[in-house]
Design a protein around this ligand. Structure first.
Ligand SMILES: NC(=O)c1ccc[n+]([C@@H]2O[C@H](COP(=O)([O-])OP(=O)(O)OC[C@H]3O[C@@H](n4cnc5c(N)ncnc54)[C@H](OP(=O)(O)O)[C@@H]3O)[C@@H](O)[C@H]2O)c1
Length: 230
């Protein structure tokens, strides 16, 4: 049985990934903070034959991230999906130090800590999927804190890929454009949901990349609306 960990699996893109990858030969570790939402996702993926365990951890807390890694490390993972993330959207001079540090902790340090702990035992043919954003390559007004984390994740992830190449562990980077999830509920302004792509498309692309032969690395996937960037 293959063992996958998906962070931020309680909703949005992470939930769609869980539903996409659920299959009878898969054990899904589903991470989040919202116990009820996670339980619902667990129910959905069990209906597809997968086995699951829900794991709660606030990724702003480095000790909680380390505990999360400890809870899945009894056997090596086959796929680690660093998906959890959040955004603070406001002018750069209104971002508090607390918000800045929380962005770094969840969007950058958590993937680093999880990968540092779990990748050393992963076998050849395993994969690490990092969910970045088009904001990993382009700056947007009022998104400086978020862009800072995704640019940082991009540099870390590219380097990680080169370090793991000799062990034939694939590092797949995914760059979604605006996707219709609850992340936008906390963003002020008019954001046309109907012009956004749906989370299932991100999940489907990840499913395709992971389904390639173990020696084929579909390393960078950008998904955006044909209508352009919002
Ligand atoms: N939606 C977009 O337009 C878009 C575009 C590009 C990239 N992305 C990236 O895609 C990823 C998923 O985003 P989404 O759109 O699916 O957002 P979402 O619907 O808001 O879901 C975010 C997930 O991350 C988890 N999370 C957030 N903060 C956390 C914390 N402090 N501790 C633990 N878990 C935390 C949430 O868990 P709980 O709800 O259980 O707390 C939830 O499962 C993020 O990395 C985001 O940056 C999104």
């Amino acid at each position: 049985m293959k063992r996958y960990l998906i962070t931020g699996a309680s909703r949005g893109i992470g939930r769609a990934i869980a539903e996409q990858l659920a299959a009878p030969d898969i054990f899904l570790f589903l991470h989040g903070r919202d116990e009820k939402a996670l339980a619902l996702v667990a129910q959905l993926v069990r209906a597809k034959g997968a086995e699951t365990l829900c794991l709660m951890a606030d990724l702003r807390d480095h000790d909680a991230v380390k505990r999360l890694a400890g809870e899945v490390q009894a056997s090596p993972l086959d796929v680690l999906i660093n998906n959890a993330g959040f955004a603070v959207v406001k002018p750069f001079d209104q971002i508090s130090l607390e918000e800045w540090n929380a962005l770094l902790s969840v969007n950058v340090t958590a993937p680093f800590l999880l990968t540092r702990r779990l990748a050393p035992r992963m076998a050849s043919g395993s994969a690490i999927v990092n969910v970045l954003s088009i904001a990993a390559k382009t700056g947007f007004a009022n998104w400086s804190g978020y862009c800072m984390t995704k640019f940082a994740l991009e540099g870390w992830s590219q380097s990680l890929r080169e370090e793991l190449r000799a062990r034939s562990i694939r590092v797949l980077n995914v760059y979604p454009a605006a996707t219709n999830t609850e992340i936008w509920n906390g963003v002020t302004g008019e954001w046309p949901r109907e012009k956004m792509i749906v989370a299932g498309e991100i999940a489907s692309a990840i499913g395709y990349a992971l389904s390639r032969p173990a020696d084929v690395a579909l390393e960078n996937i950008t998904l955006s609306s044909v209508r352009g960037t919002l």
